[in-house]
Design a binder for this molecule. Structure first.
Ligand code: MN
Length: 306
């Protein structure tokens, strides 16, 4: 065989072994807005702009580090409903408490994750913990809305309190840091969250310069949000603090280069190829189901809050 034929053959093999997930777009989290009086949130992405690109994720809110002074009454968001999806709250700094109409209540502190399946419907309140209210302090959180396939939109609500110490850690080579596997799989380690569709949620904590690799399932939508620091993707694109990179849907490998301290949230998921019809706290598949949600809420069918 000719030399050029051999090279073509080798590049074909290489492509079959590993294909880089290219970066499609990088942008900054927009300016924050107040959610209730407790959360200064920036909506990093929303299904309102492009449901297909982010599916199964619907929305990502990020509350950048904000210092709260001690007060008497807990700041937060008052009673409100949800139906048709899950809310996933990650506490990076500070403490958030919650209680809902199914009787679940809890507080998440640094590193903890709350995975709440609203599904057929809940009422809940989200607010600063009693300790944070009394003592004040920094608050930094991410809240994701994860869509449910139509078959699960009306199942019973579920509540998963994922404690930091129970979330599996995978150490990265050369003491660069570790990956917290919140959901899905990383390097043969399974996350602890139960999900209704295939997705990965990796919280990457880096404390040293280095390079790490991530297998991204073919066909999954994928996003990389830089909570802290700055990183390189695929040895080329720089993603800075509070920027998000939207990746191409093809390719199976992402390379992340860090220059030092960084926290990076990687989201990947199999798209749910169904219509998304949402308004306010409800996300359904049809206009009829959305109207039904408002109707059920007006008629007190979302339960009671004490
Ligand atoms: Mn809520």
């Amino acid at each position: 065989p000719s030399v050029s034929g051999l090279l073509r053959f080798l590049s074909l093999i290489r492509r079959n072994i590993m294909t880089m997930r290219q970066v499609k777009q990088i942008y900054s989290a927009p300016n924050p807005h107040w959610v209730g009086n407790g959360f200064s949130m920036s909506t990093v992405f929303s299904y309102k702009e492009n449901a297909e690109q982010y599916s199964p994720f619907l929305l990502m809110d990020y509350a950048e580090p904000t210092l709260f002074k001690p007060v008497t009454n807990a700041r937060g968001v008052g009673t409100h409903p949800h139906r048709g999806f899950e809310t996933v709250t990650i506490a990076y700094q500070g403490e958030v408490s919650h209680h809902d109409s199914t009787g679940h209540a809890g507080t998440i502190a640094e590193g903890d994750v709350q995975w709440m399946t609203a599904a057929s419907g809940i009422l809940h309140k989200e607010y600063h913990s009693e300790k944070m209210t009394k003592e004040g302090g920094m608050l930094e959180v991410v809240q994701l809305w994860v869509n449910l396939p139509s078959a699960y939109k009306m199942v019973q609500p579920r509540y998963q309190a994922l404690k930091a110490q129970d979330i599996p850690h995978v150490q990265l080579p050369n003491a660069q840091g570790y990956v917290r596997v919140i959901a899905g799989d990383y390097a043969n380690t399974s996350g602890i969250a139960m999900t209704y569709s295939p997705l990965n949620l990796w919280d990457v904590c880096l404390n040293h310069a280095g390079t790490s690799h991530y297998a991204i399932p073919e066909g999954h939508n994928a996003m990389v949000f830089v909570v802290k620091g700055a990183i390189h993707l695929n040895n080329s694109d720089i993603v800075r603090q509070h920027e998000i990179a939207i990746l191409d849907t093809h390719g199976d490998t992402l390379t992340l280069g860090s220059m030092g301290d960084a926290i990076v949230l990687i989201l990947t998921g199999e798209p749910i190829n169904e219509p998304v019809v949402g308004q306010g706290p409800f996300v359904m598949n049809t206009q009829q189901e959305l109207l039904q949600a408002f109707d059920d809420y007006d008629n007190g069918k979302f339960g009671m809050m004490d």
